[in-house]
Design a protein around this ligand. Structure first.
Ligand SMILES: [Cu+2]
Length: 166
């Protein structure tokens, strides 16, 4: 009899302990539900559900008499040209949309330059002194482009290179 009573007492203590643990667990659970960030309904982000727009960054070095882009092909979308004037004289950088070959753009003989009135110049930096940089961000559709420097005589001297957007 005595042993049985002790057994009931132990069971009662265990029950009390379990009840306390459950109560603590329940309180923690309530705290979690009260977290405002956890109860916000998930809102569909219309931008996030669209296909990711392509973003490409290209380093372009200008020098005598070369235009040297880090890549010559990019995905259609936002293209950022980080243009560095790395030569001893000033240069500029222009993106021309054209199906013509890099050395086949019409030339204005009086200006000693590619004739910008006869081609589609879609973006252009300022004239950049040696050591100067300019960042040019352009939305480019798929197609053929030519990258040039159009300081007089520079295009004819070879500052022209093909660039493809896919
Ligand atoms: Cu140049």
């Amino acid at each position: 009899m005595k042993a049985k009573r002790m057994s009931f007492g132990a069971a009662g203590a265990l029950f009390a302990l379990l009840s306390l643990l459950l109560f603590v667990a329940a309180c923690n659970g309530d705290d979690g539900d009260a977290d405002p960030t956890a109860t916000e309904p998930a809102v569909a982000d219309p931008i996030a559900t669209e296909p990711a727009a392509s973003e490409t960054t290209i380093d372009v070095s200008l020098s005598e008499f070369v235009i040297d882009p880090s890549i010559d092909t990019a995905q259609a979308g936002t293209i950022t040209f980080n243009v560095s004037s790395d030569g001893a004289i000033f240069h500029n950088f222009k993106v021309v949309a054209t199906d013509l070959a890099p050395d086949a753009l019409p030339v204005d003989e009086a200006l000693f330059a590619a004739d910008e009135e006869q081609v589609d110049v879609v973006a252009s930096t300022a004239d950049l002194d040696p050591g100067e940089q300019e960042t040019l961000t352009v939305e480019l559709a798929a197609g053929s482009y030519v990258l040039i420097c159009n300081i007089p005589t520079h295009y004819q001297a070879g500052m022209t290179v093909a660039f493809t957007v896919e």
